[in-house]
Design a protein around this ligand. Structure first.
Ligand SMILES: [Zn+2]
Length: 77
């Protein structure tokens, strides 16, 4: 098998904690050092995009619309 070149070890920095991660098939979570860092990064992204796209005024209007529809669609019996 081909061995990695000695002069350029293939490593990346974990985007979460900056730990050096070898870029190898067995580094399952590359470029992250661990599943924990991967999840933290994904969580940060999801949280950010939610804040950017989720205008609170729209959200409240949507919720009230849904609640109004639910009242009409499912009358109490
Ligand atoms: Zn990490």
């Amino acid at each position: 098998m081909v061995r990695p070149a000695n002069d350029s070890p293939l490593e990346v920095s974990c985007p979460q904690c900056a730990k050096r991660v070898p870029w190898l098939p067995e580094s399952t979570y590359r470029p992250f050092c661990s599943k924990r860092c991967q999840l933290l990064d994904l969580g940060a992204w999801a949280d950010e995009s939610h804040r950017i796209s989720g205008e609170s005024a729209m959200d409240e209007a949507d919720i009230e619309t849904l609640l109004a529809q639910a009242d009409k669609d499912a009358p109490l019996s």
